[in-house]
Design a protein around this ligand. Structure first.
Ligand code: NAD
Length: 488
């Protein structure tokens, strides 16, 4: 048997790493050099049954612990994340192909998400009011029970932390299904949560693929499902889990538009657009994908090309996730070229010395794109920006509005009035003004509109409380006078 860099990736159930019932196994690759670094087992329904059985028992005990005590686990966990941040960043680099600064930013964000969860007791302090004489109404937040979180490949540590801490602090037990492409980070998360004192069974990891996602949607012991991934799968998960009357929040893909007006600051806009399209090799649901240049914006387009040209795969940009991803991205670029678009910066055929088997695509700027071209319509999920040139801000807003997604939109301008026009009219859940990746930081919540999100509430921040809890409304009549009714 070949010795791998990382141990065999197991399920974590009832506080232990355990063997699978199933014998299906997948290789885990490091996309930066194509080497196989681990193997992951793919669970079947009996593995999930076991996780749900232990999670159900653990959740009943966990919800009885007052939230001020529950949260102490996460104060300790935050310290453990800080202490282990180098190792956690290293895992993200290995399994996802990110640069060191991207991976450490991801862990910093995981720490910030944990910090937010620690403030939960302050946020959910109940409401109470004497609604009539001697009669009091009170509202309490109650957990849902056993909840599941299905996550994508592009943030192996941050996206799990979108859901884990808030859901568990609020009294739920969580079963997470990592992406089978990047399953290693969640192993370390499980170890650290246990070390922080989280009782066994409150957090479980069940590895698997499509089969496990479907089993989670169908399982009668799971009360709520959160999903983050592509729109195609988000729709399947939303429909399937809803058909079993579960509470579901499914975040999907994106096609983010940056509207660049001629008065925008050229240097700042150029570097922001280039950073937004290339960060995490363009594999971010908040990445810039289309730049709509309004009017005489050639000087800014030149800056975007110049800045994109400074970004070098293998140096200040990581790899894409797989050979298939590289092929898909290059296909989109070639297709646009065939349709008459002009490739200003070309990232096709990129190799990195010493890592020839890694999956790299260089930054790519495609100019003179028409709104109907595939590169302008579909999520590419690579370091590629399509530039569409229009005459007016109204044309730009109309193109943004016509795309089916709705994660982010941004405007670059020095005019407050024009910025306000985009803020008001863009059809997206997260809007940026002079910022290329408008990710709201805690306590503000993360979530898109349209085909980028299915379900109500957002996945992080204050809005997530709505998703992870249900309200109990209590009316108490303290007034002993029998003739006094509750309306008195
Ligand atoms: P994906 O949809 O392929 O996979 C996401 C999860 O679904 C994984 O755990 C995977 O095992 C599972 N899955 C895959 N195919 C399935 C199927 N046919 N049936 C059931 N389950 C299935 O997404 P990905 O490639 O891992 O991640 C990239 C996508 O995620 C992009 O579209 C990106 O925009 C999106 N994303 C969105 C957000 C957001 O906040 N909206 C955040 C991160 C990533």
């Amino acid at each position: 048997m070949e010795i791998m860099k990382y141990p065999f990736v197991k399920n974590f159930i009832n506080g232990q790493f355990i063997e699978y019932n199933n014998k299906r196994i997948l290789n885990v690759e490091s996309p930066s050099d194509g080497s196989v670094i681990a193997e992951v087992g793919l669970s079947d329904i009996t593995d999930l049954d076991l996780a749900v059985k232990h999670a159900t028992a653990a959740q009943k005990r966990w919800e009885k612990i007052p939230i001020k005590e529950r949260v102490q686990v996460f104060f300790r966990y935050k310290q453990l994340l800080e202490k282990n941040s180098k190792e956690l960043s290293g895992l993200v680099i290995e399994e996802c192909g990110k640069t060191y600064s991207e991976a450490s930013a991801e862990i910093e964000k995981a720490i910030e998400l944990t910090e937010f969860a620690c403030s939960m007791p302050q946020l959910i302090a109940g409401e109470t009011l004497e609604v009539s004489r001697g009669v009091e109404c009170r509202i309490e937040h109650w957990p849902l029970g056993v909840v599941a979180s299905i996550v994508p490949f592009n943030f192996p540590s941050m996206v799990p932390h979108w859901t884990i801490c808030n859901a568990i602090v609020l009294g739920n037990a969580m079963i997470i299904k990592p992406s089978e492409i990047v399953p290693i980070s969640c192993q370390k998360i499980a170890i650290l949560l246990k070390e922080a004192g989280l009782p066994d069974g409150v957090f479980s990891v069940v590895n698997g693929d499509k089969e496990m996602v479907e089993a989670i949607c169908d399982h009668p012991g799971i009360d709520a499902v959160s999903f983050v991934g592509s729109t195609k799968v988000a729709k399947l998960v939303y429909a399937r889990a809803c058909s079993h009357f579960k509470r579901v929040l499914a975040l999907g893909g994106a096609k983010n538009h940056l509207i660049v007006l001629p008065d925008a600051h050229p240097e700042m806009t150029g570097s922001n657009v280039a950073a937004s399209m290339t960060g995490c090799a363009g594999q971010r649901c908040m990445a810039a994908s289309v730049m709509i240049a309004v009017g005489k914006a050639d000087h800014i387009i030149e800056k975007v090309c110049e800045e994109a040209g400074k970004i070098v795969a293998g140096r200040n940009m990581g790899s894409v996730i797989s050979e298939q991803a590289r092929e898909r991205i290059e296909r989109y670029i070639t297709e646009a070229e065939k349709q008459g678009a002009k490739i200003r910066v070309d990232g096709r055929g990129t190799t990195v010395e010493g890592r020839e088997k890694g999956y790299y695509v260089g930054p790519t700027v495609i100019d003179f794109v028409k709104p109907e071209m595939l590169v302008a319509c579909e999520e590419i999920f690579g370091p590629v920006i399509s530039i569409i040139r229009v005459e007016t801000i109204e044309d730009a807003i109309s193109i943004e509005n016509n795309n089916p997604y709705g994660n982010a939109a941004a405007v670059f301008t020095q005019s407050g009035g024009l910025a306000k026009q985009v803020i008001e009219k863009a059809s997206a859940g997260m809007i940026g003004v002079n910022i290329g990746v408008p990710v709201p930081r805690e306590p503000f919540s993360f979530g898109g509109w349209n085909e980028s999100k299915f379900g109500t509430a957002d996945i992080t921040g204050k809005s997530s409380i709505e998703f992870w809890t249900r309200l109990k409304k209590i009316t108490i009549k303290w007034n002993p006078e029998s003739r006094t009714n509750w309306m008195s």
